[in-house]
Design a protein around this ligand. Structure first.
Ligand code: PLP
Length: 399
């Protein structure tokens, strides 16, 4: 067996350096816990960016995957399979979606929504061909493809990757007047995260989304909510839009849709948007395959059956309140909804990365973002005792 230092050296030598991982080499996981190659245990407070909301290696999802592996894994959409319709039914029941498009990664779901909503703009609204505009928000994160980084405002995500895809307009997140001013007769959609995740768990002002919803309805604009990170229980609701009392026209989910076993994403929409696609106009070899569908069905089922969404709401509120109780001169703000939490530090007091390293030494894995913030997003199966243990580690590092 290779040591962690050897594995890190090989990775550095042979891999593209598009990530700078924390130097912890994990070899197994169970629930909220992960172990490195030296058998040191850590509490996972990142959950693979919310891909393992259900906890690592959830036994029922694992079993569903094994059962399906013994039958058939892929048919391609050239033929039908006996799992996809069942996933559609489950998704429609849980989210109210009228039409569903299965894809694999989150970025593919975003790309698919952009394609569908543009086409809807031309055929459904009569916008001149090639002129559709989509409004997005500053500091967004929707993935890494060329079209998606075309409307990123993060220079690191864009620099050197042009030429970019036209047709996007950026407005500040949470600024209703700016959105209103940006709309033209070519605007087909607004694409936005209900809570900005990568930006550092930025919660919009109260009342923003209800007004956005109303404006989009009045102006005939499709509201696309990217719930790839906020969805599936992370914020204490099945979808984060429920906190706002609104319904999107198009909802994007991914990440925890497979409980971390397999890339599965989906576009959920009203009849109009996905109803615009005709045979041959869009597709994916792996999208909608029976293995992914079976895994996703069980990933959704355990979220609901095992009370994970309620746990996220209840223990998220507890975690937030207790973190707020930590008296530390380094902390500027603690915020969050459900188990989507963040601590923002005063820039002059510390770098978020040094807190991440100190927490790692105490057995808690977190991730810094934008130098001043760390995100705390444990699997939704976390218990109160595990949170209390984590809080001791946070207190020790922060005080
Ligand atoms: C992670 C994420 C994506 C991209 O998902 P990938 O599976 O990495 O392509 C898109 N939008 C949001 C909000 C995300 O958090």
């Amino acid at each position: 067996m290779q040591s962690s230092a050897e594995l890190i050296a090989h990775e550095q030598h042979l891999g593209a350096h598009n990530y700078q991982p924390l130097d912890v080499v994990l070899s197994r996981g169970k629930g909220v816990w992960v172990w490195d190659v030296d058998d040191k245990r850590y509490l996972d407070c990142l959950s693979a960016y919310s891909a393992v909301n259900q906890g690592h290696c959830h036994p029922r999802i694992r079993q569903a995957m094994i059962d399906q592996l013994d039958k058939i894994t892929i048919t391609s959409r050239a033929f039908r399979n006996d799992q996809l319709a069942l996933l559609y039914e489950d998704l429609a029941e849980l989210t109210g979606a009228h039409r569903i498009l299965p894809m694999n990664s989150g970025a593919e779901a975003v790309e698919s929504a952009i394609k569908a909503v543009r086409k809807w703009g031309y055929e459904g609204r009569g916008i001149p061909d090639g002129e559709a505009e989509i409004i997005v928000c500053a500091n967004n994160f929707h993935g890494r493809t060329i079209s998606i980084v075309s409307f990123s405002t993060d220079p690191t995500a864009r620099r050197g990757f042009g030429p970019f895809t036209p047709g996007f307009k950026v407005v500040p997140f949470g600024d209703f007047a700016a959105l209103e001013a940006a709309i033209t007769d070519r605007t087909v959609a607004m694409l936005v995260e209900p809570i900005q995740g990568e930006a550092g768990v930025i919660i919009p002002p109260e009342g923003y989304f209800p007004r956005v919803r109303q404006l989009c309805t009045e102006r005939g604009i499709k509201l696309i909510l990217d719930e790839i990170q906020t969805g599936l229980g992370r914020t204490g609701r099945m979808l984060a839009e429920e906190h706002e009392g609104i319904e999107a026209d198009v909802t994007l989910i991914g990440k925890a849709l497979s409980g971390g076993f397999y890339p599965v994403s989906a576009v959920l929409s009203d009849d109009a948007v996905l109803g615009i696609l005709k045979p041959g106009e869009h597709g994916s070899t792996f999208g909608g395959n029976p293995l992914g569908a079976a895994v996703a069905r069980m990933a959704l089922k355990v979220l609901v059956d095992e009370g994970m969404i309620e746990n996220s709401e209840k223990l998220g509120a507890y975690f937030l309140e207790q973190l707020k109780g930590i008296r530390s001169d380094m902390i500027a703000e603690v915020r969050g909804r459900g188990l989507m939490l963040a601590i923002e530090f005063k820039p002059e007091a510390t770098k978020a990365k040094s807190i991440v390293y100190a927490l790692k030494d105490r057995g808690v894995l977190t991730k810094d973002t934008h130098e001043t913030t760390i995100r705390i997003t444990p699997p939704l199966v976390i218990t109160r005792d595990e949170i209390d243990w984590a809080l001791e580690q946070f207190a020790a590092v922060l005080m």
